[in-house]
Design a protein around this ligand. Sequence first.
Ligand SMILES: [Zn+2]
Length: 282
Amino acid sequence: MKQIKLMCDAVCKSLRGKGTSRHRAFLRSTCAAAIRFLAFFLLFWGCSLLRASHPKAEERSRTAISKNATATGPFGEIVRGPRDKSEIALTFDAGADAECFEDLITALADAHVHSTFFVTGKFAQQHRDCAAEITKRAHEVGNHTWNHLNLTQQPDDIVREEITRAEIILNNSCGQDPKPRWRAPYGERDERVLKIATNLGYRSIYWTLDSLDGVEPVKTPQFLIDRVTGKSDAELDGAIILMHVGVRSTTEALPAIIADLQGRGFRLVTISKLLEAQKSVR
Ligand SMILES: [Zn+2]
């Protein structure tokens, strides 16, 4: 606002001496209004540009679901399993928080469900018991990188280090090799990142359906139940569903989600089991 006044004064100064004082006052107010309008226009225009270039997480998720019409993307990325096996893979990303991990793993055990956990190196380092428990309960582990960075914004050597460093600790703390399964943090990947992962022996496992349990605002258990069980059998057959470790509403929603899916005749399996027919993933 201060700049607007300064600009206005400068224009008015150049008009000084011309016309009557009433005329000058009219010119000054017209000039101020025009500059203010221009400033607001530029502000809104700038904001709308920013919004367009930085889609919110939720918007990204929606895009992700709609483009899952094909099973594989560049470099053999997996976005869903075969549609004719009545199998679904519940997958859990473990990035930081281990809150209510015990309840989550118990809910899976109670329903005899085996899942795939995409674990970061940091999670495995900070929660060694949880990392070991995943294997003890016959679940499968995938590589979720060391530090959960947006890899598309990292140079090649950091991308490689993020993946290989996590691989070492996951082998040690989980007691199983995550290879060839890996999932990009935030689902943020591009051809360069996928190529690097492929060269390290990995295959990106994306998802068919995001439960949105990792997207602000925090979801209620009922939201998550409706979000998953509200999908048709055709949509769910072969689906890879994204959920998270450390989210209380996910843990609370899990028994109802599992009961609904199993009640509809689906087997809930690991990524390896889901993709068994596709020999190349092993
Ligand atoms: Zn993650």
